[in-house]
Design a binder for this molecule. Sequence first.
Ligand code: GRF
Length: 189
Amino acid sequence: MKKQIAIFASGNGSNAQAIIDACKQGVINATVVIIVTDNPNAFVIKRAAKENIDCKIFKPKVFTDKASYENEILKLLTALSIEWIVLAGYMRLIGTVLLTEYPKKIINIHPSLLPKYKGLNAIKQAIDNNDNELGVTIHYVDAGMDTGEIIDQEKITIEDLNLPMEEIEAMVHNVEHKIYVTTLQKLLN
Ligand code: GRF
């Protein structure tokens, strides 16, 4: 049976796209049933439309607190029988409601060799630190920021830290798209 997954994304959605493509090709044994976003301007919404995947926008500001925001999302996930939540550039911490309902079933990708450089702008944090060992980490999600149990990691050594930022980011994204697919294969197939 194919697993039913939801992707949460707040921005461009290039990782979401890599996962959608791999699911469509049968490389990952899952169906991307829904994309959830907190950002009405996220490019991932256009990707979802193009792929004919339902996309639902939940605006956190409309809710009194994180619990009611997540309860509304949970209603949708339950109705769709979602089994796994895959975060792909989702810019919020996951709260108790979803963590309780999806224990060890929420995963995230982060562009650093965790536990180094948690949080925002991880690639820039590494470069500003003159650290040429970049990387990508996939981890289970817990209540902290990029703190959950690590599932998979890949190191990316940058020979020249003076390369344009876009070039370095592109290298990291390339690795992200590959490692997210292979990790999801291992977890779901
Ligand atoms: C990626 O670098 C991911 O590691 C981080 O947010 C970025 C999302 O990129 N969590 P995209 O929206 O998938 O292109």
